[in-house]
Design a protein around this ligand. Structure first.
Ligand code: LLP
Length: 420
């Protein structure tokens, strides 16, 4: 029995299973393309962060942008989770699912006055990332509590498009603007209860995380911010996507974080809450997209496996050159061959993997694309008018429908309804 990467899929006796359920049987039962989420693995990943970062006043806010499937959010709600939200739509969904407003933080950028008012009126704390918005917030809601997002001045993340720190990005208030922040906070009697930074996504260099923490903490003095309740260090925890990547030693990472924060709290004069906002760490390894190979080509020796899904369903390889591990569910022990695994969208870049060695693939084989729980279905579209896949939740050994994908007729009807 062996697990693949940090996921929960296991190869047992010649077949791949998730919580003991054969993946092939789920594909046959629900049809493909199909997203399968292991809900218990989501909760395991969420909860283990409390052990790995053993600060007694830790709060883990799941970044729901990574996967907003209500089935997953409900499990996390039962598990006592907090949420990082980035749009009024996310706030609305979280509240409807039953999250109390106090368990949400709202960190959006380039927001409008209407969004600000909408979210504030729901009792959700706003995390503000520009001087301009801070002034507008203060004018609209003087005397209220607020969190402030600073740019940590550290560049990190697995791809240029998902690096958030550094003065070339649009995120956060520059640390050097602290004097103006303090003026605005005083003018509008704002109570700054939290400070925030987010450095990037998929950060492999733990030193950069520590540096970002230190940079933010350097301005978190009791003189500047006497009313702090928490400091939020964002998300970005990397998990391995390919067999070449090692898992970060999160136990020693957590211990180091705790030391940095304990020293800070001693200097600040009291213990504060420490927040993190992981998305990928919580859900990436719990998701699988199962696709069926329907076309094999041999282009002068180059083997191309065409599948019944495409970048509308999983776009990370196309936009971030992201590696997603693929297993052949139908033929796990076949002889190795090298394939380009492509989709069904009319664009050349529609490729899940290039030059990928897989156990021999035949037409009709089912492939599982791993680490598909974060930023995959959530970034999906119906480009080429291919409906989004059905989603299934596996919980306590049972697979249940989380969302039924639309049929082609239903999608066409929906378009006509919304356009006419
Ligand atoms: N907090 C803030 C303020 C964020 O902007 C993000 C992600 C997170 C937390 C969660 O970061 P995570 O732990 O998931 O790395 N679509 C990209 C990732 C975009 C991340 C955007 N912000 C991808 O597929 O890699």
């Amino acid at each position: 029995m062996s697990k693949v990467l940090g996921t929960s899929i296991e190869l047992t006796g010649g077949q791949y299973t998730i919580q003991g359920l054969p993946a092939v049987e789920m594909a046959e039962r629900f049809g493909t393309p199909l997203y399968v989420y292991d809900g218990d693995w989501v909760n395991t990943r969420y909860s283990e962060l409390y052990d790995l970062i053993a600060w007694p006043r830790l709060r883990v806010l799941y970044a729901m942008k990574a996967n907003y499937s209500p089935a997953i959010l409900r499990l996390l709600l039962e598990n006592g989770a907090y949420l990082d939200t980035v749009s009024p739509g996310e706030v609305e969904l979280a509240l409807k699912i039953g999250f109390p407003p106090g368990r949400l933080l709202y960190t959006a950028n380039s927001i409008t006055d209407a969004e600000m008012t909408e979210v504030q009126s729901k009792g959700v704390l706003l995390n503000i990332g520009s001087l301009s918005r801070l002034e507008k917030y203060g004018r609209a809601f003087p005397g209220t509590e607020v969190c402030l997002r600073f740019n940590p001045d550290v560049v990190a993340g697995s791809h240029a498009k998902i690096q958030t720190g550094g003065d070339l990005t649009k995120f956060g208030i520059l640390l050097q603007d602290l004097p103006r922040v303090l003026e605005l906070a005083a003018t509008y009697r704002l109570s700054v209860v939290g400070l925030h930074e987010h450095t990037g996504s998929g950060i492999s260099e733990t030193d950069k995380v520590f540096q970002s923490m230190r940079n933010l903490l350097s301005i978190a003095t009791p003189e500047a911010f006497p009313e702090l309740r928490f400091v939020d260090f964002g998300g970005g925890f990397k998990v391995p996507y390919s067999p070449d990547e090692k898992r970060i030693d999160y136990a020693s990472f957590g211990a180091q974080i705790r030391t940095i924060f304990a020293e800070f709290c001693a200097a600040y004069g009291r213990d504060l809450d420490m927040y993190f906002e992981p998305g990928k760490y919580v859900v990436a390894e719990s998701g699988y997209m199962i696709v069926e190979v329907n076309t094999l080509k041999n282009n002068k020796g180059r083997l191309i496996a065409g599948t019944n899904s495409g970048f509308g369903h999983l776009i990370r390889p196309m936009i971030y050159d992201a590696y997603h591990h693929i297993v052949n569910l139908s033929n796990p022990h076949g002889p190795p061959r090298t394939y380009d695994v492509c989709g069904n969208i009319c664009e050349t870049g529609d490729r899940f993997a290039t030059d990928r060695v897989l156990p021999e693939v035949c037409e009709g084989d089912l492939l599982a694309i791993l680490n598909a729980g974060a930023y995959c279905c959530a970034m999906g579209s119906v480009y080429n008018l291919r409906p989004l896949p059905t989603e299934v939740l596996v919980h306590k050994g049972q697979a249940t429908l989380a969302r039924k994908g639309l049929s082609n007729v239903e999608l066409a009807d929906e378009i006509l309804r919304t356009y006419e």
